[in-house]
Design a protein around this ligand. Structure first.
Ligand SMILES: C[S@@+](CC[C@H](N)C(=O)[O-])C[C@H]1O[C@@H](n2cnc3c(N)ncnc32)[C@H](O)[C@@H]1O
Length: 341
């Protein structure tokens, strides 16, 4: 049974891991703690209390969030908690954890609290804060699709020996533009997978570009960054082999109804796609054919109800072989179209 006074102790008592000043003030000063209670704040107990508090608040993944935050406070991997359930959490660590819980109770996303988010199988650890969107799993699928297409292009280019194993095939040279790079997730993953490509990333937000540049530096990846409004401000490279983007695509009037983690914390510039969500998508698609090299392709992440409209836009803009892909939940969330050869 979890003590109801868990979060009710004053800062000076410091014998409980629960947050202070997060709605539990009413309990402060109640019930003096028995000396043996202090011993009870094991990893298991701390988690139990936190999960109960997060559940009470209606957080989506209370257990996962609690584990990530406690692991962060204890400076260990999340999986290590499972072999430390009986370990007593020390006062300093509890104080650190209380602060993390307080932030989560204010609905700050776990990724911002931790300050990093792992992205893609390529093990990119990206710094993230409220200047950039937290990279999402569906965007990893977009990166996968782009990399798959590039491998197909390698095979096609290896006319001498199309059956050669991928590792021995020459990698197609080319130029890739990631529009609206945010944390740099897409551009950096592609550069890590395909170091031979020239990768350019742009964003209209100078704040986002500062985060992305920092991520590139830490990952030691040579990506060029430009401040640009869609295509206005990106360098002329004589045609892009690939243009990829996860643009803002949420309808303006939907924003207010989003989860507080998104609505109140993530940059609206990263989310707001205008009245029908397609303001930036339309601009990306309209000029894609002229900006791609013949045979190059445009790959976009889109909202779950936008595929028909985006396929129609791409087709009308002269792109061919327009295809879609689903996310992990079975929603059509990606569209790709080729510039005619
Ligand atoms: C949905 S976020 C994607 C961030 C990152 N690419 C990712 O997938 O995690 C969209 C990004 O597009 C940027 N953006 C919004 N409008 C833009 C515009 N007109 N031109 C260029 N970038 C824009 C935002 O600042 C934001 O970083």
């Amino acid at each position: 049974m979890i003590s109801s006074t868990f979060a009710g102790v004053s800062e000076s008592e410091d014998s409980a891991p629960g947050p202070q000043g997060t709605g539990d003030e009413a309990h402060r000063g109640q019930a003096a703690r028995r000396p043996d209670e202090q011993k009870a704040w094991t990893v298991a107990h701390v988690l139990q209390w936190t999960v109960a508090r997060f559940t009470q608040l209606g957080l989506d993944g209370p257990r996962t969030d609690a584990e990530y935050l406690l692991a962060h406070a204890l400076k260990c991997a999340r999986v290590d908690l499972y072999v430390r359930f009986d370990m007593v959490v020390g006062a300093e660590e509890r104080a650190r954890f209380r602060e993390l819980v307080r932030r989560r109770l204010a609905r700050e996303p776990v990724a911002y609290i931790e300050g990093t988010r792992g992205f893609h199988a390529l093990d990119l650890e990206l710094a993230v804060d409220k200047r950039v969107l937290v990279p999402r799993p569906e965007t990893e699928l977009l990166v996968d699709w782009v990399l798959e297409r590039l491998t197909v292009l390698d095979v096609e280019a290896s006319a001498d020996d199309p059956d050669a194993p991928p590792a021995t095939r020459p990698q197609t040279e080319g130029t890739i533009l990631d529009v609206g790079t945010g944390s740099g997730a897409i551009a950096l993953s592609i550069k890590r997978a395909r170091p031979g490509l020239r990768v350019v990333a742009s964003d209209v937000s100078v704040d986002a570009l500062a985060v992305a540049r920092g991520n590139a530096e830490r990952a030691e990846l040579d990506v060029e960054f430009h401040s640009a409004d869609v295509y206005a401000g990106v360098p002329d490279v004589g045609g892009w082999s690939v243009i990829v983007s996860n643009p803002p695509y949420i309808d303006t009037d939907v924003l207010a109804g989003l989860a507080p983690e998104v609505r109140d914390w993530e940059p609206s510039l990263a989310l707001d796609g205008g009245a029908d969500g397609l303001d930036v998508v339309r601009r990306l698609v309209a000029e894609a054919r002229d900006r791609l090299t013949p045979g190059g392709f445009l790959a976009l992440e889109i909202g779950f109800d936008q595929s028909e409209r985006v396929v129609a836009l791409m087709t009308a803009a002269g792109l061919t072989n327009v295809q879609t892909r689903n996310d992990h939940d079975g929603h059509v969330r990606m569209v790709m179209g080729d510039a005619p050869s």
